[in-house]
Design a protein around this ligand. Structure first.
Ligand SMILES: [Zn+2]
Length: 312
């Protein structure tokens, strides 16, 4: 029998009145508190262990179950989110990629967000990217600007076409070395702070994550380097998964026959799901927007709502 589960996805949850980057798209801490009030009055907030047990047929979820998930391992997940959840006796499920915590690197996805938050609009960024594409002909395996634009410049629920074009070109569309180079130039030009100091400020660290685990928070896999796992070869997929499991084991999370994958960018395909199934992954979280139906949906591709889908 299907058991509905409302999974809510969060990224940045910041004190926006006191940040250098008020243009960043995210949820204000006060809005987060209000949203929790709303969710707690409309749903029963369950723990990831309850969801795992329901998926395995060992227990049932309440009919009004909701689960809170936090992607990308930001510092504010420790500073702001964790104390609020802990005070209310709630569990959050956190999905930090390994590289920023272990190596202090700034993720491409975040570099792009802060470039967009700091530039006057996405137009000069898109123009600079187009210029870089034209300049890279002969040196890199690039396609034409019009090809890239027709594939990637499409608006979605949250962003206009020009913004999506900037994000996708710098996250996945351009050859890896070229997009790294272009993104670093734009970061220097528009964000203009030291990138390694900046990276250290952005993410929670290992000891903070361990404390959160000790206090009952759940941690799952979001890969090592936050890649679109459906766009990389099999060896890279396995390396990304195994590297993240080593990291989770070090935090004290179970990684044997029950663990959770949260797909970076929501990117998955059938081959990836089969790799995860063979590795005894229990639950997979996508970015498809819907209520999950435990007992009906494939547990390795469960849909999630965005925080913006609920009152804040
Ligand atoms: Zn992510």
């Amino acid at each position: 029998m299907a058991s509905p589960l409302t999974i809510v996805m969060y990224h940045y949850v910041r004190d926006f009145a006191r940040t250098r980057y008020p243009g960043l798209k995210g949820l204000d801490v006060a809005g987060f508190r209000r949203q929790l009030d709303h969710l707690m009055s409309s749903f029963r907030i369950v723990r990831m262990e309850d969801v795992i047990a329901a998926v395995r047929g060992e227990a049932e979820l309440p009919p009004d179950a909701a689960l809170l998930t936090f992607d990308d391992g930001y510092a504010e997940h420790f500073d702001a989110v964790f104390p609020i959840l802990h005070d209310r006796g709630l569990q959050g499920s956190f999905f930090p990629p390994v590289a920023p915590i272990r190596d202090g690197t700034l993720l491409d996805v975040n570099r792009v967000h802060f470039i967009l938050a700091s530039a006057p609009s996405s137009a000069p960024l898109a123009a600079a990217i187009d210029e870089a594409v034209v300049g890279a002909v002969g040196e890199y395996d690039v396609r034409s600007v019009s090809d890239y634009r027709s594939e990637w410049a499409h608006s979605n629920r949250f962003d206009d076409a020009e913004t999506i074009y900037v994000k996708r070109m710098l996250q996945t569309a351009l050859p890896s070395a070229l997009r790294g180079q272009v993104a670093r130039q734009l970061f220097e030009r528009f964000v203009s702070v030291d990138e390694s100091t900046f990276a250290a400020e952005q993410y929670l660290n290992r000891d903070q994550a361990r404390l959160m685990v000790d206090c009952g928070m759940y941690f799952g896999s979001h890969g090592k380097s936050h890649l679109w796992l459906n766009h990389v070869d099999t060896a890279t997929r396995i390396d990304e998964i195994e590297g993240s499991l080593d990291f989770l084991a070090d935090l004290g999370m179970p990684v044997g026959d029950q663990w959770v994958m949260c797909y970076p960018f929501g990117g998955w395909d059938d081959a990836l799901v089969e790799i995860l199934r063979a590795r005894s992954c229990t639950v997979g979280l996508t970015t498809r927007v819907d209520t999950a139906q435990i007992g009906v949906d494939d547990p390795l591709t469960l849909p999630r709502y965005d925080t913006n889908d609920f009152p804040q």
